[in-house]
Design a protein around this ligand. Structure first.
Ligand SMILES: NC(=O)c1ccc[n+]([C@@H]2O[C@H](COP(=O)([O-])OP(=O)(O)OC[C@H]3O[C@@H](n4cnc5c(N)ncnc54)[C@H](O)[C@@H]3O)[C@@H](O)[C@H]2O)c1
Length: 386
């Protein structure tokens, strides 16, 4: 992510200093940025001479020299609260007290990270999506102490570098990952009930998703997903409980596309994927189980997301319901022609969704219990977009 963020800023003529704990990691970041610029040159979207200049705008360091002169730092170290707090303590000492300190955390509390800094008002979330050069969304997260200045600067900067920001409150998983987490869990749960993973993916692709949820898990990385899952489970309890099985794959190094194997197996640099015939035995999957129809698979997956989004709206984590839809379309590629998750919910009607969720809660488990806000819409006949 660090390399991707550096590439993005440099592409917009902003000079960047990339810091890591060793030169191997910095080299990895350089390679990542170079690969993106090189592709632009190959596609004749960039001149080769501009590539040299763009790379020259990115400097590498293993120490904090020059940090006193920076206006903004975007932290993108490993997703571990203690490590992030340690890095922010170092940043507190290394930067100008007026500099803005942003974190690219995808699930940790911005307020807790900010507690490592004397003046937490300068700490704000700036959550990019992977791959940074392609995904248009940035979640700008206000911690409890974040100043208006820090939030609005990062909001404006996100626009300046060509992204679409949404302002969200500090809550586990923020908006997009909190909705995606239970969706990906449900996809694995359906697979454990005996539905082939390629069929699950096909159903969601037909709905209009750029890729199915199982492929998405492999794309994100099983290890990265497990960390976010743990945070969500800790915060929201049983309805976010990760399904069994993924830990087995992680322990075998099946971390997803980046490792050449995850839930699917990959060949030729990740371009070709196939189903693993041994997966069923490994995860204790019933053969030809469930007998679920495509319609039920689709509803279980989409309604899980709508249910979580209803809670997010009720908790007022976003300023406007449209921000949930912007987040899902620009952060995940959610079927744009559906108008977004909540526009789609309105087109189906809360009444019908609640009826199905109650049925699913009886048949598949209490995680489907309709959110009070959604029940309220169902009773009043109102819509998310009123
Ligand atoms: N991978 C994704 O899809 C994704 C998407 C959005 C946000 N994020 C977030 O971005 C952050 C980084 O994720 P990633 O996937 O790039 O992880 P990564 O493990 O690939 O990279 C983390 C980097 O941090 C470095 N690092 C560790 N300790 C450090 C320290 N004390 N000082 C400086 N550098 C240190 C590591 O050497 C490594 O290069 C995480 O907070 C993650 O949640 C990741």
């Amino acid at each position: 992510m660090g390399g991707g963020i550096a590439q993005l800023f440099s592409a917009k003529s902003i000079r960047v200093r990339m810091k890591d704990i060793n030169w191997d990691a910095i080299t990895k970041g350089y390679h990542h940025a170079h690969k993106i610029f090189k592709k632009a040159v190959d596609r004749k979207k960039m001149k080769a001479s501009d590539l040299m200049n763009a790379m020259a705008r990115i400097e590498g360091t293993t120490r904090y020299e020059g940090f006193k002169h920076l206006d903004l730092v975007v932290e993108a170290v490993v997703e571990d609260l203690e490590i992030k707090k340690k890095v922010f303590t170092e940043l507190d000492a290394a930067t100008d007290p007026k500099a803005i300190l942003a974190t690219n955390t995808s699930s940790l509390s911005v307020s807790k990270i900010a507690s490592a800094v004397k003046d937490p008002s300068r700490v704000v979330g700036m959550h990019f999506f992977n791959p940074v050069d392609k995904m248009p969304l940035v979640e700008v997260i206000r911690g409890t102490a974040t100043s208006d200045e820090a939030a609005s600067t990062v909001f404006q900067l996100s626009k300046k570098v060509g992204k679409t920001p949404i302002l969200v409150k500090d809550s586990p998983g923020f908006v997009v990952n909190r909705i995606l987490g239970p969706y990906m869990n449900e996809a694995v749960q359906i697979a454990l009930e005996g539905v082939p993973v390629s069929r699950i993916d096909r159903v969601m692709e037909r709905f209009g998703m750029p890729m199915g949820p199982i492929e998405l898990i492999d794309e994100v990385g099983l290890d990265v997903g497990a960390k976010v899952s743990k945070v969500l489970y800790g915060a929201f309890g049983e309805r976010m409980k990760p399904p069994p099985g993924l830990e087995v794959l992680i322990s075998e190094g099946r971390l997803g596309k980046k490792a050449g194997k995850g839930i699917y197996l990959y060949e030729a640099g990740g371009k070709k994927k196939s189903e693993d015939p041994t997966l069923a035995k490994k995860l204790g999957i019933k053969e030809n189980g469930a007998g679920l129809t495509d319609e039920v698979i689709e509803k279980r997956l989409i309604y899980t997301m709508i249910n979580e989004a209803a809670r997010i709206v009720e908790e007022e984590l976003v300023r406007d319901v449209a921000d949930v839809d912007i987040g899902m379309i620009f952060g995940t590629g959610f079927a744009p022609f559906r108008g977004g998750l909540l526009r789609y919910a309105d087109s189906v009607g809360a009444d019908s969704i609640v009826t199905d969720l109650e049925l699913f809660a009886r048949n598949f488990g209490p995680r489907f219990q309709p959110a009070p806000f959604l029940q309220g819409l169902s009773v009043s006949g109102k819509k998310f977009y009123s």
